[in-house]
Write a protein that binds this ligand. Sequence first.
Ligand code: C2E
Ligand code: CA
Ligand code: CA
Ligand code: CA
Length: 279
Amino acid sequence: AKSDGRNSFRFFSPTMQAQSSRALQLTNALRRALEREQFTLHYQPQFDLATGVVCGAEALLRWQHPELGAISPAEFIPVAEDSGQIVAIGDWVLRNALAQLARWRAQGLTQLTLAVNLSAVQFRHPPLAELIERLLAEHQLPADRLELELTENVAVADARAAAQIMDRMHGQGVRLAVDDFGTGYSSLSQLKRFQIFRLKIDQSFVRDLDHDGNDRAIVSAIVRMAQALGMRTTAEGVETAEQLAYLREQGCDEAQGYHFARPMPAQDFERFVRQRAAA
Ligand code: C2E
Ligand code: CA
Ligand code: CA
Ligand code: CA
């Protein structure tokens, strides 16, 4: 737009202004969100498709603002990434998620793994590895109960820094999962540098499985590739029995989605797991 010459005064369109003032509003509101305890974590069960057992949970951040209401992480995470606030928020998520996992283990739910989402921005902040190691030690958690979910952008954005942290995490026994697999810009050769435990098949490939032959082919190919490379697969966004049947038939290892359960508060999750186990 800069080279637009006489038109450049129109660069800041009303839509862009509305977008950026919303972003500004959220940035300001985020500044107080931590200290005012407006964040919570919800947990979505993950199912082992061979046994039907709940094998883990993905921690998903929730933000309830007194005036703005509930704001989706899809909206505020990018804002927090742009402003750098994601580092403090991400620390909060790790602290709370690992404390929760420790409580579940103390209550006998020892089979669970816990998946935590990380932003590429957090990888440019070296204390990440130290924080995770300290929290695992503090709560006496086996490292292989923690799974870090990263999108492919992490591998692209800052490959060297990310690879260093991931190597260190992998050395500790922490598992690494590639989130939204198939939607990013990484190449397989970039991903090969990381010690990846799991590919999470993006929900955009799962949504239309029942009638889209291309999606069926893609899902089938991802599962086969993962198997050949010794990685596990989790399908996201499973909403129907038909999708589940196809995924199981293809040999997908695990799944999560509304067909099983929505993300829920920690106490509900605990009850959910116990009810499933008793059934
Ligand atoms: P994601 O990591 O890909 O998480 C999956 C999203 O799909 C979640 O949305 C989840 O609630 C939703 N979902 C689960 N099952 C289904 C289903 O069957 N159908 C449909 N349509 N959706 C389903 P949510 O909780 O709104 O989170 C959106 C995104 O925000 C996440 O996508 C993740 O990228 C980001 N996010 C959430 N929590 C955190 C966090 O603690 N840290 C970071 N860095 N990002 C987070
Ligand atoms: Ca995720
Ligand atoms: Ca995902
Ligand atoms: Ca996503």
